[in-house]
Design a binder for this molecule. Structure first.
Ligand SMILES: [Zn+2]
Length: 93
């Protein structure tokens, strides 16, 4: 039986997806997806691939969370304090 991590990896190798889409497709909680992503990033690297992240962005000022080391969404924008943040999109390339 394929593990959740394998399922998520398989999905990300085919197309780019948000954590919410991954949680629906893999049948796990969104919170769990973020936990798996750090391991998935390491295994991708070991295979010579990379977890590409199209970063979270502030919907008000457009600030992009490019240097974010964590996978879950930021609570607010550090520039304008706006709380509406667009989703990051993950993909294995
Ligand atoms: Zn902002």
């Amino acid at each position: 039986m394929a593990t959740t991590r394998m399922v998520i990896t398989g999905l990300l190798e085919k197309r780019s997806l948000t954590a919410l889409e991954l949680s629906r497709l893999a049948g796990v909680k969104e919170k769990e997806v973020y936990q798996h992503l750090s391991h998935i990033e390491k295994s991708a690297k070991a295979k010579g691939n990379r977890l590409k992240i199209n970063p979270y962005a502030c919907l008000s000022c457009g600030f992009r969370f490019k240097d974010r080391k964590r996978y879950h969404p930021p609570s607010r924008c550090p520039v304008c304090k706006e709380e509406r943040i667009s989703n990051a999109v993950f993909e294995i390339v």
